[in-house]
Structure formats: structure tokens, C-alpha cells
Design a protein around this ligand. Structure first.
Ligand SMILES: [Zn+2]
Length: 339
């Protein structure tokens, strides 16, 4: 298997200050994950290029992009209480979005089987017109929009502990993009209820799997088999994007889920099996315990190479078993609405 790894030293220049959890050391933790998995030499490292205006503006209106650029260049630091930027941040966010598109172009040319992108700032909370939750531009959404523009059908599977409100919002009425999110509920940003299922032509192509605190990997695996696999088959997905936040790890300081790095690896291995090789792209989103990020990156990248790596034990027996009934009932109701 050929696996692309795209990051950039310059992402460390996105300066969030001395006490912010979304900090440059996270990227060193990701690099340590490649070493832990023994794939440091096996990955093909590629240098990202900035997304063009046209590529960004498939998702983010020009006025929003210019506003973010002016804000950062002005030297202001707080977009909101927890979204902190520095002078370079808008350009680096553009580079993060470009990294995804560049990896897609290489895979479409048959150069690789999968790609792991490690950008800063992350993306999945950014809506089309609002930066929030540490995020400026939505990299997964920009990547998905570049694919639907050429007729692909994209599933974005979001395994960050937080709901990807931005991604959901951008594609809420779009039948070409299936958005699936496992996330802790309740938790920031408070969105992602099971009853939020898309609307209009996008009815049924948003699937929220709200997990209770301390939820374990067995329930993630059960939901994958019973909900996610049938949904991806029904959608006719041709490309897969994973928003891989590793803050669902039980050691994460911001959240309360019960996962381990092995759960992350197994979940990624399962999810990528739903599309052929060469159509699989993973974006780092959150993840704030550095050792958990290292181990979870190792298990995830190993999965992209077709290996199951368990730096820790997979988990089972915690709460979360009732989510499958909740979501099944919701999806049956949509079926009735359509019929
Ligand atoms: Zn998160």
C-alpha cells in the first residue's frame, strides 16, 4: 500500500498562545505516531500547496475568506473565546485545505491508496460563514466539494469527540455528501442530535450518532455495522473522507469518551473498507492528550497500510448500547417520510 502523509513545518506558526490545547506540539505527537507504527520511512511525504480561491469558495464565500484574512493580518488574536489566531493563521488554514485537494489529485492520478493530512488549524467546526471551535476553513468540506464538483459521491465520517457542526451545516441539503458523525453528547458545540438528519434533497444524508460520556468501542463497532455500512451502500459512496479527531480517547483532557487508540485503529480500518483503495483520505481534527494522539495516529496510519495495530486494548462494556435503537428508529421515520 502507498500512503501519503501531508503536513508542513509552517503549521507550527499558527500560534494559539501558551495555554491553548490546540497547540503546535500536537504535530510532533503525530510524527511520533508514524515512528510508533514503524511507518516513518514507509509513508510518502508530500508538501501541501495552498488551496486556490476557487477551491476554497466552493464552500466559503469570498467575503468570509477575505474577512478571515484581514482579521489575521491585522494582528487581532481572538475570533471568539476559544478560536485564537496569529498573523499567519489564515494562510496556514488555506494551506491545510490545499493539502487535502493535492492529496486527492495524487490519488486520482493513481499515485497512492490513502492519505493522512495533519493540518493546523483544524477544520470541522468551521461553517461556510463562521470560524469557531479552533477552526477557520473546513478542510474536509473543501475536499468533499472538490470531489462532488467532478461527480463523485462522498461520505465524510467524523470520529472526533465533538460534533462537526460546520461540516454538517455545509452539506445539510446536499445529497451527494453523506455526513456521519460519532460524537459525545452533550458536549461543545451542542449540535448533532439523532433527529437532525438533513433536509430537502439532503434528507437522510446526515447521520448523527450521539454517544454518552464513557462510551466504549464495542458500541462504535456495532453502529458501524448496523447503521453506517447500510447507509454508505445506499448512498453509493465513491470517496471517503475521515475527520479524525483523537479527542475521543479516554485520556483526552477536554472530553469524556472511553475510547483507546486500538478502537480508533479498528474503526478506521472498518470505515475505509467501505470504499476501494485510492479513495481514502484522513484529516487530523482534534486530540489534545499528546500520548493519546501519538498512539491513535499510529493505529490510524497502520490501518491505512492495511494493518491492525493495537497500542492499547480495544474497549467494550461501557455505555452507548442504546444509540443504535435511537438512530434506527430515526432512520425508519425518514423512510416513512420518503414513502
Ligand atoms: Zn474535537
Amino acid at each position: 500500500m502507498a500512503v501519503l502523509f501531508s503536513t508542513d513545518e509552517r503549521f507550527r506558526d499558527h500560534d494559539t498562545g501558551p495555554f491553548h490545547p490546540e497547540r503546535a506540539a500536537r504535530l510532533a505527537a503525530v510524527e511520533d505516531g508514524l515512528l510508533l507504527a514503524g511507518v516513518d520511512d514507509a509513508v510518502e511525504r508530500i508538501e501541501p500547496r495552498p488551496a486556490t480561491d476557487e477551491e476554497l469558495q466552493r464552500v466559503h464565500p469570498e467575503a468570509f475568506v477575505r474577512g478571515i484574512e484581514r482579521f489575521c493580518e491585522s494582528g487581532q488574536t481572538h475570533v471568539d473565546g476559544d478560536t485564537v489566531v496569529s498573523v499567519q493563521s489564515a494562510h496556514l488554514a488555506r494551506l491545510g485545505s490545499g493539502a487535502g485537494i493535492d492529496a486527492i489529485e495524487r490519488m486520482r492520478a493513481g499515485e497512492a491508496d490513502a492519505a493522512f493530512i495533519a493540518p493546523r488549524p483544524p477544520g470541522h467546526h468551521a461553517t461556510a460563514t463562521r470560524a469557531m471551535g479552533f477552526c477557520l476553513f473546513n478542510h474536509a468540506a473543501v475536499a468533499a466539494a472538490s470531489l462532488t464538483a467532478v461527480g463523485e459521491r462522498v461520505a465524510i465520517v467524523d470520529i472526533d469527540a465533538h460534533h462537526g457542526n460546520g461540516t454538517q451545516d455545509i452539506f445539510y441539503r446536499d445529497p451527494d455528501v453523506l455526513y456521519v458523525s460519532w460524537h459525545q453528547h452533550p458536549l461543545y458545540p451542542g449540535t448533532g442530535l439523532a433527529r437532525d438528519v438533513g433536509e430537502g434533497p439532503g434528507l437522510g444524508t446526515t447521520i448523527n450518532l450521539p454517544m454518552p460520556p464513557a462510551a466504549t468501542g464495542d458500541h462504535y463497532r456495532g453502529l458501524f455495522e448496523q447503521i453506517v455500512v447500510p447507509a454508505i451502500e445506499a448512498h453509493g459512496t465513491t470517496w471517503l473522507i475521515i475527520s479524525a479527531g483523537f479527542d475521543g480517547h479516554r485520556d483526552d483532557p477536554l472530553t469524556d469518551l472511553g475510547l483507546t487508540s486500538a478502537d480508533y485503529g479498528d474503526l478506521v480500518a472498518d470505515v475505509i473498507s467501505t470504499v476501494p483503495a485510492g479513495r481514502r483520505i484522513v484529516f487530523l481534527e482534534g486530540g489534545y492528550d499528546l500520548e493519546a494522539v501519538t498512539r491513535s495516529t499510529a493505529a490510524t496510519v497502520a490501518a491505512l497500510f492495511g494493518e491492525r495495530l493495537h497500542p492499547e486494548r480495544p474497549t467494550a462494556g461501557g455505555p452507548g448500547g442504546d444509540v443504535v435503537e435511537l438512530v434506527t428508529a430515526t432512520r425508519e421515520r425518514i423512510g416513512n417520510l420518503r414513502a
